[in-house]
Design a protein around this ligand. Structure first.
Ligand code: AMP
Ligand code: GLY
Length: 424
């Protein structure tokens, strides 16, 4: 079949890498893709946000199946539009994607279905939100309701900081309509983990757990990013916790969404806080995580395309995922200055040497090919993924491989995976 992947980041390169190995895939397109996807797919220069453009392209090229990477087109209803045009797609409908697109919807949903999460209130008014912050005191968390590219959340250490965040959202309208509503919630202290499942609306198939590293600098310092590295499986999620997450969170969410008239198909990603060995939902995402996917998918031995098709067709109960008995560590290399200001169009050296190493995969993110040279084109540039049966060796191999790569002002965290050791 002809398959198209929407998106151009590291997550989409990782998805493309897995799908390209499926015997079911005869031709692969990435919309728009990056310099990495060029060697396994045809890149189509249409923006991932241009839903009409994508639907038209897929009709013209008679694409059989479209896999959506990022949240924005999902929240805007790309799956509904593709389906209307008679094209099958992997991912939730607009209605089901509210689980990521509206934090107030999700918090109310979690409460209704008795799924553990931080205590909260929803506000549409600055003064009422401020009063609540003063009453509750710090630390406290302020979240813009809508999609804000990972920048809408402030974990405030003081009431002043929380009030400033409220001012930014309500008065300065930093996030536009995404900040019409605000969730203010209790601060949960613990360690985070990412738990992703495939769902077909009724049945679920869990993936191995992963752990992201959101702050830009070592020891979780500096501003939050989309994610500076990940590893899988994350040993913080032991078998007991895994069973509890499936029964107390994921199944309840999938059944709840069905009950709300929004059956959920695709990948459901729970961002969890593990506090005193109990899992709490911090957020749901309506798609694969980035960079978690770059650590999870290289360990999947089953045919990814077959699993995705089963999610779309409602036959996930026939799927049993097989995983490599290994660990994957993914270190993100970013442009210096990211997530704030950074330069683009910087030549990247050393990629060919790294590609020849065993147990190393490079997934591109913000890269482009120009006159035969690979240049930086975004904040997160490359993902270096290393695989080994021993966690420590996977981590070492990733950092050894990075030494061979160079571009001006490149940055990466030196401590990706360190949190795993206390559970190994
Ligand atoms: P979210 O987009 O809701 O996952 O929030 C982004 C990040 O903010 C999370 O990955 C956590 O690091 C942090 N965070 C969100 N909510 C809370 C909370 N209730 N308590 C502590 N940290 C939080
Ligand atoms: N790594 C966090 C996310 O994908 O939202």
């Amino acid at each position: 079949m002809k398959v198209a992947i929407v998106g151009g980041g590291g997550r989409e390169h990782a998805i493309a890498h897995s799908i390209s190995k499926s015997p079911l895939c005869k031709k692969l397109y990435c919309i728009p893709g990056n310099a990495g996807s060029l060697s396994i797919a045809e890149n189509i220069p249409i923006s991932a946000e241009d839903i009409n453009g994508i639907v038209e392209f897929c009709k013209e090229e008679t694409i059989d199946y479209v896999v959506i990477g990022p949240e924005n087109p999902l929240a805007e209803g790309i799956v509904d539009e593709l389906n209307k045009a008679g094209i099958k797609a992997f991912g939730p409908t607009k209605k089901a994607a509210r689980i990521e697109a509206s934090k107030s919807f999700t918090k109310n949903f979690l409460k209704k279905y008795n799924i553990p999460t931080a205590e909260y209130e929803v506000f549409e008014d600055f003064n009422k939100a401020k009063e609540y912050v003063v009453k509750k005191g710090a630390p406290i968390v302020v979240k813009a309701d809508g999609l804000a590219a990972g920048k809408g959340v402030t974990v405030a250490k003081s009431t002043e900081e929380a009030i400033k965040a409220l001012e930014e959202i309500f008065i300065n309208k930093r996030f536009g309509d995404a900040g019409k509503r605000v969730v203010v919630e209790e601060f949960l202290e613990g360690e985070e983990a990412s738990f992703l499942i495939f769902s077909d609306g009724d049945n679920i198939v869990p993936m191995i757990a992963a752990q992201d590293h959101k702050p830009v600098f070592d020891n979780d310092e500096g501003p939050n990013t989309g994610g500076m590295g990940a590893y899988a499986p994350a040993p913080i999620i032991n078998d007991t916790l895994k069973e509890r997450i499936i029964n107390e969170i994921m199944l309840k969410a999938i059944n709840g969404l069905k009950n709300e008239g929004a059956p959920y198909k695709g990948v459901l990603y729970a961002g969890l806080m593990i506090k005193d060995n109990n899992p709490y939902v911090l957020e749901f995402n309506c798609r694969f995580g980035d960079p978690e996917t770059q650590a999870i998918l290289p360990l999947l031995e089953s045919d990814l395309l077959e699993v995705m098709l089963a999610s779309t067709e409602g036959t996930l109960n026939s799927i049993n995922l097989k995983w490599k008995d290994s660990y994957a560590v993914c270190v993100v290399i970013s442009s210096g200055g990211y997530p704030l200001k950074y330069e683009k169009n910087i030549p990247i050296e050393g990629l060919t040497e790294v590609q020849n190493l065993d147990d190393i995969i490079i997934f591109h993110a913000g890269t482009k090919m120009q006159n035969g040279k690979i240049l930086t084109s975004g904040g997160r540039v490359l993902n270096v993924v290393a695989i080994d049966k021993e966690f420590k060796k996977a981590q070492q191999k990733a950092y050894e491989a990075i030494k061979l790569i160079h571009f001006d002002k490149m940055h990466y965290r030196k401590d990706i995976g360190n949190k795993a050791y206390k559970y190994l």
